[in-house]
Write a protein that binds this ligand. Structure first.
Ligand code: 13P
Ligand code: SF4
Length: 352
């Protein structure tokens, strides 16, 4: 019998046909999703994958999505930079952004003629909320002649006021590139004070930072990392550069979400901890069952608003379309495209 979702639409029941249609996804997920849970996820996965074809839609999923989204329905998975690149080049008519609002806005900025949907428009970000366009205008008045480097975790309006964007995977290269282009030895870098501090340690360019923080990564402490190491001899610690610098000092490697995944794929540590959002370890563990993941982590409440049910509802009702004012979009596009010209790292085709 069909079920009715909280959003009011019909959901097919878990039938042998649904089990067959989702068998490949289940094989990938069996290591991280208990068999008893599969009949809950599988009908959504089958329905979403069928609707994607009908509507010529792609799902771009951030590495923090839950495993059933990441391995079940995503067409492309990656970090912020990889998803931005994919949004710029996809041929699909509809982009469903399985991530937070600034990512959907970035997709719309880069693909203005496409329909961009976000499954939950309340999926925000503490960094994006920490700075406004007016703040950037004031910074430019205070520090005339210095370029503004803006993390992609910001609104379109903030990107529009900026000279170039960056992500955690290209921040050092972007800071050095723009400083060279402007002939300066100092830049303004907003809004993440920890990313700025971690970048400042890798370059001779001086950085004027803002006081924004990621509410997920600011909670990790150096003492916590020392405790993981003490209780798990030989463990490899990977950390995201949105963590405080003293946390990065305790890690073996720091990098964007994609760089952390790349580290596991290349080095195959016997035991690892990813100091970042919780779903990352589940997603990577599904891919590398030979690696043991120690899982203290922090949840991002914004990322976790994106569920299979919300994705299905977005596709069924073509809802929560993301729009960006055309004047703001064209100025923001210039900042994002300047960033895209600095580095190249392709998105990974998802196995779904
Ligand atoms: P990256 O995936 O670009 O490393 O960013 C992490 C993040 O916090 C995105 O919200
Ligand atoms: Fe924002 Fe941090 Fe959540 Fe990423 S993990 S969306 S930076 S609050």
């Amino acid at each position: 019998m069909d079920r009715v979702t909280a959003a009011g639409s019909q959901l097919p029941a878990y039938t042998p046909a649904v089990a067959e249609a989702t068998r490949e996804a289940y094989d990938r997920l069996a290591h991280v999703i208990p068999a008893i849970e599969w009949p809950v996820h599988a009908p959504y996965i089958a329905a979403i994958n069928a609707l994607k074809k009908q509507k010529n839609a792609v799902i771009l999923a951030h590495n923090y999505m839950t495993p059933q989204i990441y391995h079940g329905v995503a067409d492309f998975v990656g970090d912020s930079l990889q998803l931005a690149r994919e949004a710029a080049k996809t041929d699909a008519k509809v982009i469903v952004q399985a991530g937070v609002h600034f990512m959907a806005e970035t997709a719309k900025i880069l693909s203005p003629d496409k329909t961009v949907l976000i499954p939950d428009p309340l999926a925000g970000c503490s960094l994006a909320a920490s700075v406004t366009g007016a703040d950037v205008r004031l910074l430019k008045q205070k520090y005339p002649g210095l370029p503004v480097v803006t993390y992609v975790n910001t609104s379109a309006e903030v990107k529009a006021e900026s000279d170039i964007c960056c992500t955690s995977s290209n921040a050092v290269a972007v800071v050095e590139d723009i400083a060279r282009a402007w002939g300066v030895d100092q830049v303004i870098m907003i809004p993440d004070e920890y990313l700025a501090a971690n970048v400042a340690r890798q370059t001779a360019i001086r950085i004027i930072a803002w006081k924004g923080r990621c509410e997920v990564h600011e909670r990790f402490t150096a003492a916590e990392l020392r405790a993981y190491r003490a209780s798990n001899p030989g463990i490899v610690i990977l950390a995201h550069p949105e963590c405080p610098p003293e946390v990065i000092d305790e890690a073996d490697f720091a990098g964007s979400t994609a760089a952390m995944i790349g580290y596991v794929g290349t080095h195959r540590p016997a035991r690892v901890v990813m100091v970042t959002e919780c779903s990352m370890s589940d997603n990577v563990a599904a891919e590398y069952p030979d690696v043991e993941f120690v899982r203290p982590c922090n949840l991002c409440p914004h990322m976790k608003r994106i569920t299979l049910e919300a994705i299905l509802s977005a596709l069924q009702n073509m809802e929560h379309e993301v729009t960006v004012d055309s004047t703001i979009a064209s100025r923001a596009r210039a900042s994002v495209e300047r960033m895209l010209a600095v580095t190249t790292r392709p998105a990974r085709q998802a196995a779904a």
